[in-house]
Write a protein that binds this ligand. Structure first.
Ligand SMILES: Nc1ncnc2c1ncn2[C@@H]1O[C@H](COP(=O)(O)OP(=O)(O)O)[C@@H](O)[C@H]1O
Ligand SMILES: [Mg+2]
Length: 214
């Protein structure tokens, strides 16, 4: 089954949030998942431990260990989802050598846009080695409706070459920030705001699957 890595060396871009939500989204579709937390801060493993309906995970941050384990883990009949580290490190390179899809969240701010293109650079290097893999998709997270920053970010991200810009945008939503503390994802939370966040994530993940299948 496919391996998806959520990468961007910029802390706060939403890697852990998106990877945990993607895991839950796949689990709700009856898919088998192994989650790998490759980030030293271990946000996602703490989050996954707090969830009901367990999602199995391993913490592997050492690049050598990743390079030795991923060949085995990615051959099994389960999705492998990797929450990437907050550095442009050997760990990121190791992960990009085994992912089928690199999913890159980006916040609408100048420095974050620059870091997204640094991440894409690493993706391109892996693609040269692997004859085109990993496929890659970039998307805007934490956007604020009606702001110039959002529109400017979309313009900049669309121009980055060799990566698909997903038109589904995830907006800055309190319910998403709160989900970690509630030991849940927005897929389990009730209420209107959870529903709105769920629809955005659902649309994003469907687009990511299209890139994976293309
Ligand atoms: N779309 C969003 N709306 C609101 N808060 C968000 C959103 N995405 C992420 N966050 C919050 O931003 C912070 C950083 O997100 P996180 O997923 O930990 O980023 P990373 O793993 O890239 O460092 C967390 O507090 C998280 O709850
Ligand atoms: Mg994180």
């Amino acid at each position: 089954m496919p391996t998806i890595a959520v990468v961007n060396q910029k802390g706060g871009a939403g890697k852990s949030t998106v990877s945990v939500h993607l895991a839950r989204w796949l689990q709700r579709r009856k898919e088998k998942i192994l989650f790998i937390d490759a980030d030293g801060q271990q946000t996602s493993s703490i989050w996954l431990e707090s969830l009901e309906n367990e999602i199995p995970f391993k913490v592997i941050q050492d690049p050598n260990e990743l390079l030795e384990q991923l060949p085995k883990l990615t051959k099994t009949k389960q999705w492998v989802l990797i929450d990437g580290p907050a550095t442009l490190s050997e760990t990121t390179r190791a992960v990009l050598l085994w992912a089928d899809l690199a999913l890159i969240p980006c916040q609408p701010a100048g420095v974050d846009l620059a870091s997204a293109s640094d991440t894409v650079r690493l993706v391109r290097q892996a693609q040269l080695i692997r004859g085109g893999l990993p496929k890659s998709a970039l998307f805007l997270n934490k956007a604020i409706k009606g702001t110039r920053l959002k529109e400017e970010a979309i313009t900049v991200l669309k121009q980055i070459e060799d990566v698909t810009f997903l038109s589904s945008i995830i907006h800055q939503r309190q319910i998403i920030t709160d989900s970690f503390g509630q030991g849940a994802t927005v897929f389990e939370l009730t209420g209107t705001s959870a529903g709105v966040a769920r629809r955005e994530l659902d649309s994003l993940f469907k687009q990511a699957m299209e890139v994976l299948d293309a």
